[in-house]
Design a protein around this ligand. Structure first.
Ligand SMILES: Nc1ncnc2c1ncn2[C@@H]1O[C@H](COP(=O)(O)OP(=O)(O)OP(=O)(O)O)[C@@H](O)[C@H]1O
Length: 181
């Protein structure tokens, strides 16, 4: 893939956490892609960001890095059952890809937990996993996410957990049919 380069990570107006820079170094991602250079500083100054960029332009890291940075900057540390970031994406495959990238970037921050909520598995397993491990970052497809919001009787209060939400990402939210209904 030809990712047109747009400056080194240390040229951002906001300094990234050393462990994030180290992960980028391990991945040999020396430069930002344009969508990353444009989005990361806005995200990190708590702006609402809407980005449209072609497939393969590096949109995932454009929100994964700011999510980790914003959660690190929280004054009050997230408790086990408090969700700080929610990423909603339309397909299981995309959710899985995002979760793998996120896993890579939170490896060096054992204080953060993430959960992948997608269809195709028993929802009760997700409920139990959430209750057991907690989740500060949720990556989900819409159907399973809605299901998890209705699981109070099973002991999962997701509505309560997302009160601490700092970041909401709607990935691949606009498609041609949305633009031209
Ligand atoms: N700064 C970077 N330098 C080099 N490679 C990168 C960089 N950022 C992302 N990549 C790589 O580019 C590829 C595409 O990234 P990504 O999947 O985030 O694109 P995308 O814009 O989200 O695409 P899609 O629309 O298909 O989801 C991935 O393999 C990713 O690891």
């Amino acid at each position: 893939m030809d990712n047109t380069t747009e400056g080194r990570w240390d040229s951002l107006p906001v300094k990234l956490n050393d462990a994030i820079l180290q992960t980028l170094d391990e991945l040999k991602f020396t430069h930002m892609t344009p969508v990353q250079a444009a989005c990361i500083p806005l995200f990190m100054s708590n702006k609402d960001v809407a980005a449209e960029a072609v497939t393969g332009s590096g949109k995932t890291l454009a929100f994964v890095i700011p999510i980790v940075e914003l959660l690190l900057k929280r004054e009050e540390k997230l408790k086990k059952m408090q969700v700080g970031a929610l990423v909603v994406t339309p397909t299981r495959e995309l959710a899985l890809q995002i979760s793998e990238v996120m896993e890579h970037f939170i490896q060096k921050f054992p204080q953060f937990t993430q959960i992948l909520l997608i269809g195709g598995t028993n929802p009760i397993d997700d409920v139990e996993k959430f209750k057991d491990q907690g989740a500060n970052i949720v990556i989900a497809t819409p159907g399973r996410l809605e299901d998890m919001f209705r699981r109070k009787a099973d002991g999962l209060d997701l509505a309560g957990s997302v009160r601490s939400l700092d970041v909401l990402v709607l990935d691949e939210f606009f498609c041609d049919c949305c633009k031209n209904p």
